[in-house]
Design a protein around this ligand. Structure first.
Ligand SMILES: Nc1ncnc2c1ncn2[C@@H]1O[C@H](COP(=O)(O)OP(=O)(O)OP(=O)(O)O)[C@@H](O)[C@H]1O
Length: 266
């Protein structure tokens, strides 16, 4: 059984409009899958439905099984008990996940206290380890800083440290580098890549950017207007895109590459 199975997932708004429409995919333990699509294609709502965190007013039907638990129909208590230890989310804007009134150290300590029941010196050591792992070396200063005192890249590293501190089996990364400048983007992608690889954490990576998906995922699902229009190993999808939308994604990535090469030659 896969760690995550999504079958016929449909998310509707109050008017009954399908925002996510009959979506099916699976992520096995240690696997890396991507959801690629333009803005508004339903990627984020799919991620929220997977973790049972849809905003009020939206309803999900179909099947979402996370570590065997029915994330649509199980009581909230069961869904919460599954979400914490099994799946964690990193969002595009780290400030979404971080509390502006709490230091970075206290925020990372939160899930470690709740889920691993750590206290005192053990908790402090675990927070330092978590910061070290995301390559935030000035750990004391960072731990005592409020989110607004950190750079965008540092904030995203803190959000990743918080998400990974309790060793979830699945990390959902929703456009985790889109809000960062290009050099920081590359560092954060490398960091995510290394962390999920060394720990065997499964990854569901959400992006509108095909080259970024190619860098960190193995299987990909292309979304358009709430539906998955094409799925397969990312290398195959890039080499032989079958849906017209995927073809435009691949062509625009190639045009961008060619333009870069021309500029480098000139
Ligand atoms: N709370 C909500 N209530 C009603 N409609 C919503 C809500 N959240 C999202 N939508 C709509 O659902 C559709 C899918 O949104 P979603 O956020 O999943 O897209 P996305 O692919 O993640 O795009 P982006 O990359 O811009 O976040 C969009 O048309 C959006 O306007």
């Amino acid at each position: 059984m896969s760690l995550l199975t999504v079958a016929g997932l449909t998310v509707r708004d109050q008017a009954g409009r399908a925002l996510v429409d009959d979506v099916s995919f699976a992520v096995a333990a240690g696997d890396r899958a991507g959801l690629i699509g333009e803005s508004g294609s339903g990627k984020s709502l799919t991620a929220l439905a997977v973790t049972g965190l849809l905003p009020p007013g939206l309803t999900a039907t179909g099947e979402v099984r996370l570590d065997g638990v029915d994330m649509i129909r199980a009581p909230e208590k069961h869904r919460t008990a599954t979400r914490g230890p099994v799946a964690a989310i990193v969002f595009q804007e780290p400030l979404t996940a971080l509390d502006p009134l709490m230091t970075a150290g206290r925020q990372i300590a939160g899930p470690l206290r709740r889920l691993h029941r750590l206290r005192g010196a053990g908790l402090r050591a675990a927070v330092n380890d978590a910061l070290d792992e995301v390559r935030l070396t000035d750990t004391d200063r960072i731990a005592n800083s409020y989110p607004h005192q950190l750079s965008g890249g540092q904030r995203q590293r803190v959000a990743i440290a918080m998400a990974l501190a309790c060793r979830p089996r699945l990390l959902i990364a929703d456009e985790p580098t889109t809000a960062l400048d290009v050099t920081v983007q590359a560092e954060i992608l490398d960091l995510l890549d290394r962390l999920v690889e060394t720990r065997g954490t499964a990854l569901l990576f959400i992006t509108h950017d095909l080259p970024v998906a190619a860098r960190v995922t193995r299987d990909t699902h292309v979304m358009r207007n709430g539906q998955i229009v094409e799925s397969g190993p990312i290398a195959d999808v890039i080499a032989h895109p079958s849906h017209p939308y995927t073809k435009t994604l691949v062509e625009s990535a190639r045009r961008f590459d060619a333009a870069l090469e021309r500029t480098a030659r000139d």
